[in-house]
Design a protein around this ligand. Sequence first.
Ligand code: UT7
Length: 339
Amino acid sequence: MYNSKITGLGYYVPDNIVKNEDLKEFMETSDEWIQERTGIEERRWIDPKTGDTTAVMGAKASRIAIERAGLTKDDIDFIVFATLSPDMYFPGGGVQVQDMLDMPTIGALDVRNQCSGFIYAMSVADQFIKTGMYKNILVIGAENHSGGLEKSTRGRGVTVIFGDGAGAAVLSRCSDSEKSQGKGILSSHLHSEGKHAKELVLEGPSTQRWVPEILEANNPDDVSYYPHMNGQFVFKHAIGRFSEAIMEGLEANNLQKEDIDMLIPHQANLRIAQFIQKKFQLSDDKVHNNIMKYGNTTAASVIIALTEAWELGKIKDNDLVVLAAFGSGFTWGSVMIRW
Ligand code: UT7
């Protein structure tokens, strides 16, 4: 068995900054409410004139990650692409990135695990590298939320939270000496609880409710084609499951909470991240949050935050880095990395 490690990281967010105050143009809300409940000050929303899409942003982040890995697009053996907001119903974003980057006809897999998407994608890529099937895998998390949110007072409970962006990592096989030093991905832990699928959901259009049916019904109260979230229910579950996923990762590797050097929590709500920080008694320099600037970018959030923390020099050689996420599905999980 081989070990895998991250050799390249990159992220891309649209230039267009939408401040909390700007949202008042579409809805009744306030900077105070949003900051107090979520910690968000601003988010990036794609300006459609720029041509950015989920896949385009994913490709932009990928170019940076591949270059930083010291590789070229021809060295990549496989793509794993996580998103809940693909450009098309099908096919998924993986093949679009394969085309945009003019890559050889390698395999491309799409992951549909919402906020936990990047955790699941990393775990999948890690297994392919462990078995020796592939050497270098491009793992992407990208989201274009702004195109599908209900920008009105009715939708404000969800709309103010989400932002657009993308991040990418190159996962590569460790050398023998790195493996003997215990470097790379130590373990990943994945969970789901489908009975709560409808607590955070976008129902239509789907094969159960196809576009002609929705149009024919012409029901102005039908909001099933906008995301719906039972906020407080999700919040409560998030706190518990985040903690469990981190504990599970520590226990699987005989580690203690004191061993954590950097926690990258999915950026769902600053209050959730702060609760977890307190629970694990981590000092401020051991948790990286950026929800203030980008909002919740679901599958892109962990990889954008990880890349940013790394760029800021917050992650050093041999650090124990913990990635954790919880979201729609419900799905949740963690990835433990010895840097
Ligand atoms: O990423 C996936 C996982 N997601 C999460 O973990 C998110 C978890 N949930 C949350 O973060 C929080 O539940 C929210 C931030 C979404 C909402 O905060 P909350 O404290 O649970 O607020 P609420 O939904 O209970 O709403 C409280 C009040 C309501 O008014 P009334 O009924 O008390 O009069 C809402 O209508 O706040 C109102 N409200 C708003 N007011 C101003 C809801 N959204 C807004 C808004 N601006 N944007």
